[in-house]
Structure formats: structure tokens, C-alpha cells
Design a protein around this ligand. Structure first.
Ligand code: FE
Ligand code: CA
Length: 530
């Protein structure tokens, strides 16, 4: 293993953070599991002290011919090494056309290596388009639960319907993952997680559940935190039911970070990037992501395109890793010159260019941005007559880039743009205009913001000052602060978003109900109540 203290000394002697050195670190790290792994993997029959599949199984990243299968071996999930010795383990996998695993269509073996926390990322290809499949793993004497997954329709097919859910902000301590339980029962084709899958804070007493360990910093800390979350049976059930498409927000690493800049000033950037490398690696290890997402040190490319036939094209964004520092006060500021500066970027130049060409290449009826923070420019005044303040951690902190992007959607006539958002622990439906401060301008896109799974506890059905906020922001069509997720039904003619509410996240087994549904008709921008 590369010695981190040597690396840090070398980085410091260069007089600053050298990205090249971190890249070198990443290259060493990522090459390790491949070197000699196959030769080392023993054919002996392993016997585990406890079930090595304690974190369940998952799948993700469906294409028309394949899908990514995931598991991580961890007989003792809260141990730093997952309860395994630092040796490679051979893991067998099989994919079947039936839920009883009788009609096996593919099988193979792969290596779980200690360098990647004995995680397994199997890329299966050569499957039929638009079909359900079942899969499981075997390691030593243990067999995993069976997961269900599916492929996407062919690129030129127009499926009649896509049913998916999106979720965000699942805080272990602040509630039970009952929303995931309902998602698992919803017969979804796909699930999107838009960030804050874990929270980084230390364990606190007197909450619903307690985080294991201190505020997370080291690779072992991040691994243990992800493992603790993955022990949740409802989260496991939701992962086992359909493929997931994940992207991170801030809490997978640290609150409100911007690229290599921490929320709090004064942190050593070398320390911060080392911590980011830990966070990103544990994220990769814990998620059903393709090996091309494997991080290199503190760099991990997460933005990508996922088509679902001609029905919808999803552009999955990363608005954390490349952004410039939030202007003004993260929490709120007027849209002043600093907020409107064209130097601010939330996507970074490379991702912004990629996004534009990806949108132009898309053949989808619906063009979806699956991303983190709110794009709607919502201004809030504490008192009537006071100037409105906008969140600088969200797209309004990057208002020039945001207006350019919505302008691009309009000018290039990108068909039916829809933005999916997490982050703020509340539900919103927003009509998006190039500049939301000009309500007479045409609506270009619709943003559906989903509330948290648990973050913030139960929230409330009543929002103080709601009427004044709605009156000041005509683009906002709906706002609510309860918990849950958003379920979407997409057809060539219309898009329906159901705001699913779990009233009580502090006791297990709460029911879910649809509080409100909104519809967008294809070719007619703007959401209407269903
Ligand atoms: Fe959150
Ligand atoms: Ca967040």
C-alpha cells in the first residue's frame, strides 16, 4: 500500500496541493485489486463466521443489454475490515430469467479484494432489452439473497411507460427508512438517489437510532458508516427490487463542500482532499456503480447519461465536485453581483460542455436532469419589504450559469426538460424560466424537488409564511415539508409525479399516502395539479 504520510509530506514539500500526486495515489490504489488477484484467489471453500451478505445486494446503471450487479462481503459490517482478513475472495454470480433462479442465463466469477473493502461490481452484458432478471452471489459456503433487476428498452424503442421513484437525504438517526419500504413495494422500474445517502456526523444519543463512531474522516470511518446504513432491511429491500441510479450531494463527504473547499474556513486543503478521497472511495465501494466510476484519489467521475429507450434520457449530474465556492453566505443572500458573477460555476466547464452535447444528442421525449440542489430561483424575505434572499448553496448561487443552462434548453428546443432535485428536505414543484424573477417569461422546464427520507425528523404539514412565499415566487406551484419520496409515471404523452408522504418516521411501519400529484403534458411546459 502507498504510505499516506509519505505522500502528504511530498505534497506539502511542493508547497500546495498537487493534483498530480493525488492522481498517482489513485492510480496505485485502483490498480491494486487487479494485480495478481486471480492468481491469489484461493479455490478453497471459505467458511465465514457470519453471513458475508449482511449488506444485501443491489444493481444499477441499466443499459439495453446489461446491468451492474453489486454486493459487498462483510460478515461483521461495523468492523473496519468488515470482518474479513486482507485476502481476496472469489465470488460467483448468476443471472436468471425467473425469480426461482432456475433459468440461468449467465454466470461467472469475480474477485472481492480487500483494497476495495471486498465489494463486488459485476458488469453483465448480453442480456435482452426491456426485461426483468434475477441475480444472486455465492462466496464460500454462503449464498446471497436474490435481487431483481431489469434492462432498459432498446435505444430506438418507445416504451409505453416508465415508473420510477427518486429519493434523497436519508439520515439514519432521524428516522426509520419506512419510505424505502414503500418504494420496495411500488413495482418501480428504476430508483434514483439524488444525494445525502449517508450523513457524516458523529453518533448522537436520544435519537431514533445512533450512528456508529465519530464524525467520519478516515476510509475506515466512511466504510463503517456506509455499512451501517446498508444493514437497514428496508434500504436493502429497495435495492434488491430494481436497479438504482445514484449520485451524491454533500453529506457523502462533508456538509456544503464546494470542490476542495470546506464549509468552515481554515482546513488544510491537503487534509480535505485526502478526506475526499476516502469519502469517494467508500462511496464507490458501497454503490451499484460501474467500474468506470472508480475514483482516482479525490477525483471520481459521476456525471453520466442513462437513456430509457426513446421515452426518457436521464443526465445524472454532480454539482459538488467541480463547483466554485458559494458566494456570499451559503444559507442566503440577495442576488447581488457576487451571486450573479459569470465566474461562479456549479458544474465546472467540462461537465457543463458535456451536458450541452449530451442534451443535443438525446433522442428522449423527456429530458431529465437528475441532480442535487434546487434550480428554482426562490427568493424569501423575512419581512415584507425586505429584499429577498436566495440560497447560495443551490443554483441561485451560480445564477449566471443557471440562466445560461435554462436559456440553452429553450433556444435549442430540448424536448420536455424535467429537473429532479433533492437536498432541502422539502417538496417543491417549480416552473423554471430563464430568469425566475420574471414570471411573464415563458416556462421552459419543470422541477420536481423531493423531500427527505428522514432528514429533519417528521417535518410538518403546515408551513409558516407559505402564502407570502408563494405570492412572491409565482414559479413555485407546490411546497410541503413532510417526509417521503416522489414516484413518477412517464409515458410518451405525459409525466406524473406523485408526492408520497410518510407521516411518522419515528415509529416503524408507518403508512404512505399520495399527498398530491402533478402532471406535465408532453410539448406543454409547466406542471398542473392532477
Ligand atoms: Fe440532506
Ligand atoms: Ca445536501
Amino acid at each position: 500500500m502507498l504510505d499516506m504520510s509519505e505522500l502528504r509530506a511530498a505534497v506539502r514539500s511542493e508547497g500546495g496541493v498537487s493534483r498530480r500526486l493525488f492522481l498517482a495515489y489513485g492510480a496505485v490504489l485502483s490498480s491494486l485489486p487487479l494485480v495478481g488477484a486471480r492468481a491469489e484467489a484461493s479455490a478453497r471453500r471459505l467458511v465465514f463466521a457470519a453471513d458475508p451478505f449482511s449488506l444485501g445486494v443491489a444493481s444499477g446503471e441499466p443499459t439495453a443489454t446489461g446491468v451492474l450487479l453489486w454486493t459487498r462481503l462483510a460478515p461483521k459490517p461495523l468492523d473496519p475490515d468488515g470482518g474479513l482478513s486482507p485476502e481476496t475472495v472469489e465470488v460467483a454470480w448468476e443471472v436468471a430469467a425467473d425469480d426461482g433462479m432456475r433459468k440461468i442465463v449467465q454466470r461467472g466469477t469475480t474477485i472481492a479484494s480487500p483494497q476495495l473493502a471486498h465489494s463486488v461490481h459485476v458488469e453483465v452484458d448480453g442480456l435482452n432489452p426491456d426485461r426483468w432478471y434475477w441475480f444472486r452471489f455465492r462466496a464460500g459456503d454462503a449464498t446471497s439473497p436474490i435481487g431483481r433487476t431489469r434492462t432498459a428498452p432498446k435505444a430506438d424503442a418507445t416504451p409505453e411507460q416508465l415508473r420510477f421513484a427518486f429519493a434523497s437525504c436519508s439520515h439514519w438517526e432521524q428516522g426509520y427508512f419506512t419510505a424505502y419500504e414503500h418504494m420496495a413495494n411500488d413495482e418501480l422500474d428504476l430508483t434514483f438517489h439524488l444525494g445525502d445517502y449517508i450523513y457524516e456526523y458523529e453518533g448522537r444519543d436520544n435519537l431514533v437510532r445512533k450512528h456508529a463512531g465519530p464524525k467520519i474522516r478516515t476510509l475506515a470511518d466512511y466504510r463503517i458508516r456506509h455499512a451501517q446504513y446498508k444493514t437497514d432491511p428496508h434500504l436493502q429491500a429497495a435495492h434488491a427490487r430494481c436497479p438504482w441510479v445514484v449520485t451524491w450531494d454533500d453529506h457523502e463527504f462533508e456538509n456544503n463542500y464546494a470542490n476542495d473547499i470546506a464549509e468552515k474556513a481554515g482546513l488544510d486543503p491537503v487534509d480535505f482532499l485526502e478526506q475526499r478521497a476516502n469519502a469517494y472511495q467508500a462511496y464507490y465501494e458501497s454503490m451499484p456503480l460501474r467500474p468506470r466510476s472508480l475514483p482516482h484519489g479525490p477525483h471520481m467521475k459521476l456525471y453520466r447519461t442513462l437513456p430509457f429507450g426513446r421515452l426518457a434520457t436521464f443526465q445524472v449530474l454532480d454539482t459538488r465536485q467541480y463547483r466554485t465556492d458559494q458566494p456570499n453566505d451559503d444559507r442566503g443572500s440577495e442576488l447581488n453581483d457576487a451571486a450573479l458573477s459569470p465566474k461562479n460555476t456549479i458544474l465546472g466547464a467540462e461537465q457543463a460542455n458535456w451536458l450541452k452535447s449530451a442534451l443535443l444528442r438525446s433522442t428522449g421525449t423527456w429530458n431529465v436532469l437528475a441532480q442535487q440542489v434546487m434550480m428554482g430561483m426562490v427568493g424569501r424575505s423575512r419581512q415584507a419589504g425586505e429584499p429577498a434572499k436566495y440560497s447560495m448553496d443551490q443554483w441561485p448561487g451560480y445564477a449566471a450559469e443557471r440562466m445560461k443552462l435554462v436559456g440553452f434548453l429553450a433556444e435549442r428546443r430540448v424536448p420536455n426538460p424535467v429537473v429532479l432535485t433533492g437536498d432541502i428536505h422539502s417538496n417543491w414543484v417549480n416552473d423554471l424560466r430563464v430568469d425566475d424573477r420574471k414570471p411573464d417569461a415563458p416556462v421552459v422546464a419543470t422541477e420536481f424537488v423531493g423531500t427527505s427520507i428522514t432528514s429533519g425528523g417528521n417535518g410538518s404539514a403546515k408551513v409558516d409564511g407559505l402564502d407570502a412565499m408563494l405570492a412572491a415566487n409565482p414559479g413555485v406551484r407546490f411546497h410541503n415539508r413532510q417526509r417521503g419520496y416522489v414516484r413518477c409515471t412517464v409515458t410518451p404523452q405525459s409525466w406524473t409525479s406523485d408526492y408520497r408522504i410518510v407521516e411518522d418516521v419515528k415509529s416503524p411501519g408507518a403508512t404512505a399516502q399520495t399527498l398530491k400529484s402533478f402532471v406535465v403534458e408532453a410539448g406543454k411546459p409547466g406542471a398542473q395539479p392532477a
